[in-house]
Design a protein around this ligand. Structure first.
Ligand code: GLY
Length: 310
C-alpha cells in the first residue's frame, strides 16, 4: 500500500490565461497534503490541509475566490469524510468563513450531527472561536465580473460555470490504509440564495470508506446529486472495478442519464488512484512515492510527472 494525496481544482473549461496558475495551485496543494502524510498525519489531516490551501488560493471557486449567488453574496458548502469510521461533517450555505473545510471537520469532530447550515453553522463557528471574515475578503474581481455578466438577460449561468472553474477537493490514503475525502465550493454561479449543491451531501460531493476507497467530485451539483456520483463510483469498486474504471463508469452514467458533466478524484485503500473527467478540463495533481503527477486535459499523454526531492 502506497500513501497518496490526490487533489482537484474543479471541472470545466479553464481559460488559457488561468491554466498555469490553476496547475501550480493544485500541485502546491498536493505537495502540502503529502507533507502532512510524511510527517505522520492521517489521511483526514492531509485532505483538510490540501483543501485549505485551495480555499486560500483566489484562483479557485472555494473560500477566497468563491463564485457569487444571484444577490452578489458568497455562500459556501464543504464536506469531510473519514473512511475508517464513516464519520462525516459538512457545512452548507455558510458565510464569512475563510475555510469552510475546517468548519466541516469541526462539525464531524465536535457535534453529533452530519451537517450544519447557514446561520446555525455561523453560530457554531462563533461558539468555537473560529474567526469571522469580512465577505469582501472572499470576493475577487473575477468573481464580481462573472456575477455581473450573468445578470444580463439571456445569460446561462450553468453553461457559463462549466465554461470556467468549479469546486476543489482532495482524497488520500495514509500509511495505515485509512482513506479520507474533503470537498469545498462556492457553488454554482449566480445560484439562488440558499441553494445547496452536491458538495455537502454525503455520497454526492464525496464519500470515504476503508472497505472500498474515497472520492471527491466536481461539476454540476444538481446532476451529481441525482446519481449520487461519489457513492456510485465506490459501488463499482465494490464490484471489482479499478479506481479508474469505476470513475469512468460513474461519469458516463451521469452523462447519459442526466446529461451531467463533471470530474472526480478517486483512491482505493491500496493507494491506486485516478483523476477522471467528462468536462473539457479539470486541474488535478497526485503526490505519491516522491513523484508528483499532474494534468489539465484528457488523455494519458497530457499527464506530466516530476520527481520530488526526498
Ligand atoms: N459541484 C458544486 C456545486 O454544484 O455546487
Amino acid at each position: 500500500m502506497l500513501p497518496v494525496v490526490v487533489v482537484h481544482g474543479g471541472a470545466g473549461h479553464i481559460p488559457k490565461e488561468r491554466a498555469e496558475s490553476s496547475t501550480s495551485g493544485v500541485c502546491s496543494a498536493a505537495r502540502a497534503g503529502y507533507a502532512v502524510l510524511q510527517g505522520g498525519g492521517s489521511s483526514m489531516d492531509a485532505v483538510v490541509e490540501a483543501v485549505t490551501q485551495l480555499e486560500n488560493n483566489p484562483r479557485f471557486n472555494a473560500g477566497c475566490g468563491s463564485v457569487l449567488n444571484v444577490k452578489g453574496d458568497v455562500e459556501m458548502d464543504a464536506i469531510v469524510m473519514d473512511g475508517k469510521s464513516l464519520a462525516s461533517g459538512a457545512v452548507s450555505a455558510v458565510r464569512n468563513i475563510a475555510n469552510p473545510v475546517q468548519l466541516a471537520r469541526l462539525v464531524m469532530d465536535k457535534t453529533s450531527h452530519a451537517c450544519l447550515t447557514a446561520e446555525g453553522a455561523s453560530q457554531f463557528a462563533r461558539a468555537l472561536g473560529v474567526p469571522e471574515v469580512n465577505q469582501d475578503s472572499l470576493i475577487t474581481e473575477y468573481a464580481r465580473m462573472r456575477w455581473r455578466n450573468n445578470l444580463q438577460p439571456g445569460a446561462n449561468p450553468v453553461e457559463s460555470q462549466m465554461g470556467k472553474m468549479g469546486t476543489v477537493g482532495a482524497v488520500a490514503v495514509d500509511s495505515e490504509g485509512n482513506v479520507a475525502c474533503a470537498t469545498s465550493t462556492g457553488g454554482m454561479l449566480n445560484k439562488m440564495e440558499g441553494r445547496v449543491g452536491d458538495t455537502p451531501c454525503i455520497g454526492s460531493g464525496g464519500y470515504a470508506d476503508n472497505q472500498s476507497g474515497a472520492v471527491s467530485t466536481t461539476g454540476h451539483g444538481e446532476a451529481i446529486m441525482k446519481v449520487t456520483l461519489a457513492r456510485l463510483i465506490l459501488f463499482h469498486m465494490e464490484q471489482g472495478q479499478s479506481a479508474e474504471a469505476a470513475s469512468d463508469l460513474g461519469l458516463a452514467y451521469m452523462r447519459s442519464r442526466v446529461e451531467g458533466l463533471g470530474g472526480v478524484i478517486t483512491v482505493d485503500p491500496q493507494g491506486q488512484w485516478a483523476a477522471r473527467f467528462s468536462s473539457a478540463q479539470m486541474s488535478w495533481a497526485a503526490a505519491q512515492s516522491h513523484t508528483l503527477h499532474y494534468g489539465l486535459y484528457t488523455g494519458e499523454h497530457f499527464t506530466q510527472s516530476i520527481q520530488e526531492p526526498h
